[in-house]
Design a protein around this ligand. Sequence first.
Ligand code: F6R
Length: 358
Amino acid sequence: MFRLTQHLLDDQRALYGADSMHMFDALSGLPEQCIRAWELGMALTVSARAEIRQVMVTGLGGSAIGGDLLRIFAGKRLPVPVTVNRDYVLPKFVGPQTLLFATSYSGNTEETLSAYREAREKGAQIIALTTGGKLKAMAEKDGVPVITVPGGISPRAATGYLFLPTLAVLQKLGLLEPLDEQVAELSRHLQAMREQLKPETPLAENRAKQVAINFFQRIPVIWGASGTSEVVAQRWKGQVNENAKAPAYWNVFPELNHNELVGFQKPEELLRQLYIVILRDTQDHPRVQKRYAITREIMGGAVAGMDEIEATGNGDLARLYSLIYPGDYASVYLALLYGIDPGPVKVIDQLKARLAEQ
Ligand code: F6R
């Protein structure tokens, strides 16, 4: 089986041939997408109507992850809280002093449209981030600023478009220090990484293909660290779900040391079907860094295997994406190992269609 899977992952014709929605092309375009996304955000004319006391992103799935990236990145830099809302309704505190990004790649996600309407009623300072759809139409009618990003890819392949414009807006409002250098480094770093992760780079040198082999026929578990890679761990899980159509689970240090770690004793047979990846960053809290080795020691041989991916790059943006990018590629390779087309997410489409009938 190993030889077969190895052979498949290095067969570029087979890989590209089974990728009907060109997920590899979308992944490969991420460095350029980030630059374009930044420019689109910077092009918006914005001013605050009232002092901003909190920043919120409302969205779902691939569109909400952009909000989580903002929460992690801007959370350490802003004097006000950044939260993500994945619901039809908004928390009570939302009001005129809330800067609210209503984010939906399609512009048609009903939860986001409902939250948008509520934000309007509450007088929040809204910015819509979308490719079009009902969200854009409503925002334009309401005189709400819209950042229109290019369509044509899956929302989960559009993290650049769904995240970087929000940073640009915060910079323009004077809430974040200039980030132009960090964005340029991010794009350069991703360009270098895609050479290592692309289908043309053989398994022996390709970290994403190696991860996919380790996940194949197993249940992936991804562990990140609070405040740094936690959102990336969640992102890996979502990418395995949506691209490979397989289950995956995630958790964060140090919290998992207080519960999940205890749960690797029974049932032994099932535990041996799990494969754990730890996402690390030298910027993780020094005490958290000590926990990695101790945790691995305690785990012993309970699971099929454990691996670690270390963040690279200088700025926080490059470091965040240096952990996201291998997971994005690995999930597409995993899909292809399973003989699954990574692009279509028929289950989500069916569910949305059925709900629309009711
Ligand atoms: C599909 C995907 C989904 C969508 C979610 C919300 O690729 O990633 O998680 O992002 O169903 O849809 P949008 O982003 O259009 O609001």
